[in-house]
Design a binder for this molecule. Structure first.
Ligand code: GAP
Length: 430
């Protein structure tokens, strides 16, 4: 069933992001820079929580993965060999009347979305973002920002192999920025020209590609539902047909998500064959000692957009209830795990105890402190940014050493001993 586009909901999410410090328009005091965004104090916590969870799950907790962190600008020969300089293009059309330019496949119908004018025939536009490296600006000093993190995993393949002595199958992972001179960016952080990816290049023998593809398909599904908390019914798989896949791919599945603005790509899973390693290495870079042969490993590539993860998580978490707005984030993703309040601001003994609890919890968690207004308002404020637990220090605390802990989702309160707080919160960080 096709879900309805909810642009009002999208506006509310964008407004909350700005108001509470998740995501700001980039360079705002200078009038902004088209489709650039900055993550604020809460946004960077949410984004880092997603990246850290991903790294832990897909790199640290597995025996068959290692990570790298490569340079954003690589030798231009990398992009010649990878085919990006020639093939990394999108079809561009221009309005004959207002001269605005659009990505052809994003235009509905055949008229200009801005003025209704007639559009030109499509021509291929290269998405690589150029700059100059060094003090001389000429053709020789042109370099490109990477359009995907993936290529470094291929280029560094031999170095990683020589230093880690891995055997097939194994993967190399990386999290980092990528740049594309998108023709039609838009939908908040959905399509921007500077964004972040979490990518895995998983190296295998050719015969194993189908079952490995299936293994990663399940891994990606589990990541989306179990770790990010997305609903299965909002996730859709699209088997990308021939002619529409990237130039290196023999099979691609796009995982699409029902964003408030419609069903659009969240992640991709591709079978890149031995295309990249063959282009970068004259000799097969891997030796199968047991079989006594050298070979070019084949590659399955699960690719995750960080910003689209943030957007999907926010879309899923945003709820309006009777008298509150609440972000029902998975506790592990929440920017603050807990907020600490003294019941009354003008009682020094309560404030002192609350500060003590706050500083102690800060050793283990990201914690907020709030002493403004009444407790109800403080709950409301924390609900809106997704803080799963609020701890209030009152007069009984000073007598008995226990505090009121209020749960964001159930809105229920219980008394917990201060000495048990750490364990209590840890136990709920799912
Ligand atoms: N290495 C393979 C690759 O880059 P892709 O489908 O072009 O494949 C992978 O990109 C993921 O990167 C996408 O599924 C999406 O999550 C994210 N992504 C791509 N372009 C983006 C953009 N302009 N803005 C934000 N995220 C983007």
């Amino acid at each position: 069933m096709k879900k309805e586009v909810n642009s009002e909901l999208m506006d509310k999410i964008v407004s909350l992001c700005k108001r509470r410090g998740f995501i700001f328009p980039g360079s705002e005091i200078y009038g902004g820079l088209a489709n650039s965004f900055d993550y604020g104090p809460l946004g960077v916590e949410l984004k880092n929580n997603i990246k850290n969870l991903w790294w832990k799950r897909f790199v640290q907790q597995r025996d068959d993965m290692v990570g790298i962190d490569a340079a954003l600008i690589m030798n231009t020969r990398v992009w010649q060999a990878s085919g990006h300089l020639e093939n990394f293009t999108d079809p561009l059309v221009e309005c004959k009347k207002c001269h605005h330019r659009f990505r052809k496949d994003l235009v509905e119908g055949n008229k200009c979305p801005d003025c209704g004018g007639e559009l030109t025939e499509a021509k291929q536009f290269n998405l690589m973002l150029k700059t100059f490296l060094g003090p001389v600006e000429n053709d020789e000093s042109i370099v490109y920002f990477r359009p995907e993190t993936a290529q470094a995993m291929f280029v560094d393949f031999k170095n990683v192999l020589d230093t880690t002595r891995r055997k097939l199958p194994f993967g190399i992972a990386q999290i980092g920025k990528a740049f594309r001179n998108e023709i039609t960016p838009g939908n908040f952080i959905f399509r921007t020209r500077e964004f972040e990816q979490m990518e895995i290049e998983y190296f295998i023998k050719e015969k194993d590609w189908k079952e490995t593809f299936e293994m990663w398909r399940k891994e990606m599904q589990s990541w989306m539902t179990d770790e990010l908390g997305l609903k299965e019914k909002d996730i859709h798989e699209l088997d990308v047909p021939d002619g529409e896949r990237a130039h290196y791919s023999k099979k691609t599945i796009d995982f699409e998500y029902d964003y408030p603005f419609g069903k659009k790509e969240l992640y991709g899973l591709a079978y890149r064959t031995d295309f990249d390693l063959k282009n970068h290495f004259k000799e097969p870079p891997y030796e199968d000692v047991e079989a006594g042969e050298k070979l070019y490993p084949h590659v399955i590539e699960p690719s995750f957009g960080v910003d689209r993860s943030v957007l999907a998580v926010l879309s899923e978490a945003y709820k309006e209830e009777e008298d509150r707005v609440v972000l029902k984030l998975k506790p592990r993703l929440a920017p603050y795990k807990v907020a600490v309040f003294p019941l009354l601001k003008n009682k020094p003994e309560l404030v002192k105890k609350a500060q003590e609890v706050y500083h102690n919890l800060k050793k283990d968690f990201s914690v907020a402190f709030d002493d403004r207004g009444n407790i109800g308002k403080r709950y409301y404020s924390q609900d809106e940014i997704g803080t799963p637990f609020c701890v209030t220090i009152d007069f009984d605390t000073l007598e008995n050493g226990d505090v009121t802990v209020r749960d964001r989702d159930a809105m229920k309160q219980e008394r917990i001993k201060i000495k048990d707080l750490r364990e209590f919160i840890n136990g709920k960080l799912i």
